[in-house]
Structures are given as structure tokens and as C-alpha cells.
Design a protein. Structure first.
Length: 314
């Protein structure tokens, strides 16, 4: 295989890794609430252009002197591809889906990224899925469905529903493919470089479209606050952690964070929107956490890291 979801070729998860995954799940869970509030006022393209521009500005100091690195010449193309297909395009697709889908619904669909990662990893990159990790995926997906079943059942069919669902699923397919692409082409690149460079690339790509789509009526202070939070917390800080996790743990295990996003999305809905906390949510959240633990994988402490020549992700 190139990479299994719990391959001993990668580092064993530490307390810091798990803490970062929880924080990442919280940040990305909140992002669906922020998009739901801000997208109607900014529009999908303008909001995402602002989001990546804020992230790029915050991360810009990390790019200082990077072009003097001996490997910079082979890094810039993958970073550009990542900016387009892991940020600009999926961010716009999720913002588009926010116009017609509830935040919880979008958070559920976001969890399919790990399924795309496993499927594309097997179909394209030669990855294998162990039995324990397959069970973890099953538990995690079952937990996601059970946790938000009331949201899905209550969602009223609208003309925009198929478009919203299709956009969200296509976005998660981008995430699944890019996780493997990142580890294959940027495994030895510093996480700050990948995070900063990809957001700078996304900002450059969306500069003109975002300007053309800028709203005629000034957005409210609340919408501005949500947009800035999307850029700072949910993008700049989040991607620093995410790319570090991919480099340390591999694409498959890093992507298990997507199974935590719906849990945090539902909890934020309960805390901020007054949504009821049902037994199904509690049980589903437990299954999500259990499934994430299985996909993370536990192997003997004596397992050693594979030689660099064998260490290919995908």
C-alpha cells in the first residue's frame, strides 16, 4: 500500500495531536454557522475571497524568505494546486450550499470527506483500509447520521436543496483528494509554508471574481464578524494545524477530524441557536468519537517509522 488510514509508517498520535484535532473540529464546526450567517449578505464568491484574503494576510509572515529554500522550486506548483482545489473551490462550493442548507446539514455532508479520502485513496492512490479502521468509519458515519437525523428529517425540500447537496458533496471530494495530494507532493514541506502559500494562492485566484461579486449593499457588522472569524480562526489557524497533522500522522488519520466537525456543529447549534439536545445527539456524538478513535488507530509502541524511501502517502 501507499498509505493505510492507520499505518505504522507515521508517528503515533500524541496528546498535542489529539488536542489539535479537537480544536480543529471546533473551528470547522463553527465555520458552517459563520457561513450560514455571512453568505446571504456577502454572496458565496465575495465571502470566500474575503476569507482567504484575511487568512493569507495573517499567514504572510510565514512566507518570508521561503523562496530562498532549495526546494522552493518544486513546492510552488503543488501549493498553487492546493490553494485552488483545497481552498478556493471547496470554500465557494460550501458557501453556495449555505444559501439553501442548514448549518447542521452542511456539517453532516462535510463528514463525507473521510469517505472520499478512503475511496479515492484506494481507487487512485493504491491505499488500503484495515478492518479496524473500516469499523471506525462505519461507527463514525452511523454516529453522524444518528446525531443529526432530526435535522435531515426536518429539512424542507426546496428548489435549491439538490444544488446545495451537490455542491457540498463535490467540495468534500476535493478535500478527500487533496489530503492525499498534499502528503504525496508536500510531505517534506513545512506546514506553515503549505498553509500560508495555499491561502495566498487562493486569494490570488479569487481576487478578481471576488471584486466583481462584491455586494452592492454593505454587509452588517455581524456578517463582517463572521467573515473575519472564517478567515482567522477557521482558515489561518485551522490550516496550520491541519497540514501539520497530515505531515505527522498521514492523510487518512488527519482527515478523521472531519468526523468531529458535525459533533461540534450540533453542540454549537444547541449552545448558540437553542436547538434541543436529544438522546440521539448524545448517542451519535459518542459513536463519532469512538469511530474517530478507531480510525486514528492504536498499534504496538514498538512499531517503527518506515524508511523515507517507503514513506509515501497515497
Amino acid at each position: 500500500m501507499s498509505i493505510a488510514l492507520a499505518s505504522p509508517s507515521f508517528a503515533r498520535p500524541t496528546v498535542l495531536d489529539i488536542s489539535e484535532m479537537l480544536l480543529l473540529g471546533l473551528a470547522w464546526g463553527a465555520s458552517f454557522l459563520f457561513m450560514r450567517v455571512a453568505t446571504p449578505e456577502f454572496g458565496p464568491v465575495a465571502l470566500v475571497a474575503l476569507r482567504v484574503a484575511v487568512a493569507a494576510l495573517l499567514l504572510a509572515p510565514l512566507l518570508r524568505g521561503v523562496w530562498r529554500h532549495p526546494d522552493a522550486g518544486r513546492w510552488w506548483r503543488p501549493v498553487l494546486m492546493l490553494g485552488i482545489f483545497n481552498s478556493a473551490l471547496p470554500f465557494c462550493l460550501f458557501a453556495l450550499s449555505a444559501l439553501s442548507l442548514p448549518a447542521g446539514f452542511s456539517a453532516v455532508l462535510n463528514a463525507t470527506a473521510i469517505l472520499w479520502g478512503a475511496t479515492l485513496g484506494w481507487a487512485i492512490f493504491g491505499a488500503r483500509l484495515g478492518g479496524v479502521q473500516a469499523l471506525g468509519l462505519l461507527l463514525g458515519v452511523s454516529g453522524v447520521v444518528g446525531m443529526v437525523a432530526h435535522k435531515l428529517a426536518a429539512a424542507e425540500p426546496t428548489a435549491g436543496l439538490p444544488l446545495g447537496v451537490g455542491a457540498a458533496v463535490l467540495a468534500t471530494a476535493c478535500y478527500g483528494a487533496c489530503a492525499h495530494y498534499t502528503h504525496r507532493h508536500l510531505a517534506d514541506a513545512p506546514a506553515p509554508l503549505v498553509a500560508a502559500g495555499s491561502q495566498a494562492a487562493a486569494a490570488l485566484v479569487l481576487l478578481v471574481p471576488g471584486g466583481l461579486a462584491w455586494p452592492v449593499h454593505p454587509p452588517s457588522a455581524l456578517a463582517w464578524g463572521c467573515a473575519l472569524a472564517l478567515g482567522g480562526l477557521c482558515t489561518a489557524l485551522a490550516y496550520l494545524m491541519y497540514f501539520r497533522l497530515i505531515r505527522r500522522l498521514g492523510a487518512g488519520r488527519a482527515m478523521t477530524v472531519t468526523m468531529l466537525v458535525p459533533a461540534f456543529g450540533v453542540m454549537l447549534g444547541v449552545a448558540l441557536l437553542g436547538e434541543p439536545l436529544t438522546p440521539g445527539i448524545v448517542l451519535g456524538g459518542g459513536l463519532v468519537l469512538a469511530g474517530s478513535a478507531l480510525v486514528l488507530g492504536v498499534w504496538p509502541r514498538s512499531a517503527r517509522r518506515a524508511p523515507p524511501s517507503q514513506e509515501v502517502s497515497a
